[in-house]
Design a binder for this molecule. Structure first.
Ligand code: NAG
Ligand code: NAG
Ligand code: NAG
Ligand code: NAG
Ligand code: NAG
Ligand code: NAG
Ligand code: NAG
Ligand code: NAG
Length: 783
């Protein structure tokens, strides 16, 4: 199944179109401003420089104007090189030694640099530098990603994770470091099978599009990725040619697109390295060369955005292409004298390229910037290029660049509008970056209608978690217990290169907890409405006493030494729910979303009294609940939880005793079964004790929701004989008296029934009984 998907990808190949004559690429201009300002500003520190012969231009994926130029000098800009800049330097106080930069990465609002094999952090908001903590061995590279879709926590968290590693080191013994604090603090990271892997390290990446960590292994001119998590951890990506030393670019947008390049090689992957293809060189419809090395091109630098790729060569050529879903193509633009050793390349917008060259100034310290802006759309209109017109006039969807959450048992419907060129029938395609977590049936429902003489196509896309399509293959789907990320992209199959403005539509999908979900305990019979408790008293700093032999502060079921006074948190819990002690009970748990009732929860959940009251048990035992293995209980959870505290039973550590894969033998079938809901009819059974119980409730069924659904609520148990009120001697005396009375009645009454005295006595007894029944009923409860 995995292979089938990969094969679809195999059809995707990049093509380069070389071309003869066309109009000039761009008009060159030079940015020269603010020089005096920079001279006055006394610049201290060591000037940084980049180790490679090529240049790199790293743009902040989310903040358009922030970028870093790496070359013989390093420049950091906050206005997209809109003013002259002095070379970037690192404070001398940090004592970096040789100020040689080997790698750089933007993580949120900081810039991370590997200088002289150590990681340094430049917080450009605060203009402060620091060294990161936790790296004990030399590193050469740093990698990470940024999510620009929304402020949702799972998107924001993406920029937190950073890897630092030594490229070229032998994998079994290399030290890889991971940080989830923007690179401020690192700790060692090891892949499960790292010691068994053969080869040297080409890079370590967190592929958010796949929710996997990937290690690039290089061995004898071939490279492939090893992945961290199920199901990919059992297999490798497909091997590909590894010539030279490849720089690896993760394109923005979490689509899983990777670009691998060095002077003589250019490769692309669209699935986070599972399949890597060389970029081909093509002219017209013919593939001229199957790789860059065959085409005898020397790449100087490469730039990419979400869906475009550009290459500047030492032969003074500029190549352009798009990173489409199935086929992508690169085209060679006209020759112009644009290349120099210092030239760098970047996308400033969709279809807008810029060749940037820093120019030193003999008078001032600050460098100027020569810019050559290239409007690719305008160049592609040139008939000499013989480019086919784009078959699609419009592709539009509200979901573009938005973020969605799919929790378990929920689905997502997206819609888009496509307007084809009259007379053409383009094929829309949907791709999911992480098919292992999402079973995108890629169901596009398409209907065409005519409006204003144009045929428009409405595309409805239906997304759902694969598990719930009922066709999940466990060898293919990642553990569905684990929240994951994915992107969904709608594009046109075999899009023409001229479709510059026709961006594929991408949305980020968090397959995880829907934060809008809450659980609420139904409280239809409140102890306040029934006059059992007084709401005014409850609100007035009410507190109650738990006797020492009814609770254990350490939740181990042992009696406490002293009575406990509990202030009742009325603001939080409201009036307790009324429960009669002698009726087995379970709460009615409701699921709410965005303040609206959704359903009554039928999933498995557990309860624990927060003050350690243990005067309750469960209706079922492990045996009567038909467990096939020993069920967990609060004591076993408490033992494992360690310092997580007693309330640590949740969907992550719950193991069902009905699970056929659970092989814990059922040794104690008579222990209480502490799980409510789900397949059993289990209930809570209260001891004969009246009082308030405050319960913590946690949904433990891992397949109900990715959320940790928890709540706290209170019940008032009543109707029990207040046992301790009547001293035992009095009880004994009463029982004796009652026995004697009944013996007397049995013998004496029948003889007297015929008499007037006897009738009067009978009347008295019936009346007594009636009165007694009333008061007894009051004690036993009204049902
Ligand atoms: C660098 O980090 C250390 C430790 O976190 C801190 O004490 C120090 O103030 C930081 N320096 C700067 C310049 O922020
Ligand atoms: C892959 O991951 C699964 C689940 O995390 C684990 O059980 C399995 O042992 C792993 N396989 C390898 C080869 O590491
Ligand atoms: C790698 O080098 C070999 C031999 O020079 C060549 O055949 C192959 O095409 C190159 N691969 C790539 C992807 O450049
Ligand atoms: C490759 O290009 C270089 C100069 O650009 C030229 O000297 C060499 O002959 C070319 N090699 C092939 C195989 O075309
Ligand atoms: C697409 O969704 C819209 C709105 O939900 C509906 O009216 C339309 O019939 C759907 N089209 C198809 C082909 O399912
Ligand atoms: C999963 O893989 C294992 C070993 O590779 C194989 O024995 C098993 O049949 C596979 N299961 C399915 C459902 O394909
Ligand atoms: C409740 O107790 C707190 C402190 O114990 C006191 O400040 C507050 O006034 C009391 N409220 C009432 C309504 O008695
Ligand atoms: C909890 O389960 C263990 C066995 O897993 C059993 O020995 C113990 O008695 C149980 N505790 C309670 C309170 O049921």
């Amino acid at each position: 199944m995995l292979m089938v998907l990969l094969m679809v990808e195999a059809a995707a190949a990049l093509r380069l179109y070389p071309l003869a004559r066309a109009k000039p690429l761009c008009r060159i201009h030079t940015v020269r401003t603010g020089k005096v300002f920079h001279t006055r500003q006394h610049i201290q520190g060591d000037h940084l420089y980049f180790s490679s012969m090529t240049t790199h231009l790293i743009k902040h994926p989310c903040k358009k104007n922030i970028a870093l130029y790496l070359g013989r000098q390093v420049f950091f800009t906050r206005d997209n090189f809109g003013s002259s800049l002095p070379p970037f330097s690192i404070p001398t106080s940090l004592q970096v030694g040789t100020p040689e930069v080997t790698s750089a990465h933007f993580a949120g609002s900081v810039l991370l640099l590997v200088v002289n094999q150590k990681v340094y952090i430049y917080d450009y908001e605060a203009n402060s530098w620091n060294a990161s903590v936790g790296i004990e061995h030399p590193v050469s590279h740093i990698s990470g990603d940024n999510c620009c879709y929304s402020g949702h926590p799972s998107c924001v968290d993406i920029s937190d994770s950073v890897f630092a590693y030594l490229r070229g080191d032998q994998i079994p013994q290399t030290n890889i470091y991971f940080s989830n604090t923007w690179g401020y603090r690192f700790q060692k990271f090891a892949l499960e099978r790292q010691a068994e892997l053969v080869g040297s390290l080409g890079g370590t990446f967190y592929f958010h599009s796949l929710s996997q960590v990937g290690l690039l292994l290089i061995d004898q001119g071939k490279a492939m990725f090893a992945y961290s998590d199920h199901p990919l951890n059992r297999s490798f990506g497909l091997p590909f040619d590894y010539n030279g030393t490849l720089d690896i670019l993760i394109t923005p947008g979490q689509k899983g697109i990777l670009i691998f390049w060095f002077e003589k090689s250019l490769l692309v992957s669209r699935n986070a390295g599972q399949l890597v293809d060389p970029v081909q060189v093509q002219e017209g419809r013919h593939i001229l060369h199957s790789s860059i090395s065959e085409a005898n091109i020397s790449i100087h630098t490469v730039a990419a955005n979400e869906n475009e790729l550009a290459v500047l060569t030492r032969e003074n050529n500029l190549y352009y292409g798009n990173l489409g879903i199935l086929s992508s193509s690169l085209i060679k633009f006209a020759d112009q004298n644009i290349w120099s050793q210092e030239a760098a390349l970047m996308f400033t917008n969709v279809g807008m390229l810029e060749i940037l060259t820093p120019l030193p100034d003999s008078v001032f310290l600050a460098f100027d910037f020569q810019k050559c802006p290239v409007n690719t759309q305008a160049i592609l209109m040139d008939p000499q290029l013989q480019v086919d017109v784009c078959k699609v006039e419009l592709l539009q969807g509200e979901f573009e660049n938005k973020m969605y959450t799919i929790d378990m048992n929920s689905q997502l419907e997206l819609s888009a509008l496509m307007i084809p060129r009259p007379g053409t029938s383009p094929v829309p395609l949907v791709m999911v970056s992480n098919p292992h977590s999402l079973g995108l049936q890629a169901v596009i429902y398409e209907d065409g209608y005519t409006y204003d003489g144009n045929t428009k196509h409405r595309l409805n896309i239906s997304l759902r978690q694969q598990h719930h399509w009922g066709r999940a293959d466990p060898n293919f789907t990642s553990s569905i217990k684990r929240p994951t990320m994915s992107t969904i992209t709608l594009d046109i199959a075999n899009k023409e290169i001229s479709c510059v403005d026709l961006k594929p539509l991408t949305a980020l999908i968090s397959v995880g907890c829907d934060l809008e979900k809450k659980i609420v305990i139904q409280n239809e019979i409140s102890a306040c409405y029934n006059g059992v408790l007084d709401p005014v008293a409850l609100q007035d700093n009410y507190s109650y006493v738990i006797e020492r032999d009814a609770y254990d502060p350490s939740f181990r079921g042992q009696r406490a030494a002293v009575d406990l006074v509990v202030p009742y948190p009325y603001e939080k819990l409201g009036c307790p729910h009324l429960v009669y002690y002698d009726t087995p009970w379970k709460p009615v748990v409701e699921l709410w979303r965005e303040g609206k009732f959704q359903e009554v929860v039928e999933a498995e959940y557990v309860l624990l009294e927060v003050n350690g009251l243990f005067t309750y048990t469960y209706l079922l035992t492990a045996g009567t609940a038909l467990c096939s293995s020993q069920p967990q209980n609060w004591s076993t959870i408490l033992e494992q939880a360690g310092d997580k505290g007693p309330f640590a039973w949740d969907r992550e550590n719950y193991v069902s005793c009905h699970d056929p894969d659970n092989h814990a033998p059922l040794r104690w079938p008579d222990v209480p079964y502490q799980i409510l809901g789900g397949p059993t009819q289990n209930k809570v059974v209260f001891d004969q004790r009246n009082g308030i119980y405050i319960f913590f409730l946690s949904i433990v069924d891992p397949y109900y929701s990715y959320c940790h659904l928890e709540t706290t609520f209170s019940v008032y148990v009543h109707g029990a004989f207040p046992q301790s009120v009547i001293p035992q001697e009095v009880t004994v005396a009463l029982v004796t008296a009652a026995t004697l009375l009944s013996v007397w009645l049995a013998y004496a009454v029948p003889k007297q029934l015929g008499t007037e005295k006897g009738l009067r006595f009978k009347g008295f007894w019936v009346g007594l009984c009636r009165r007694c029944r009333q008061s007894c009923a009051c004690l036993r409860g009204r049902r």
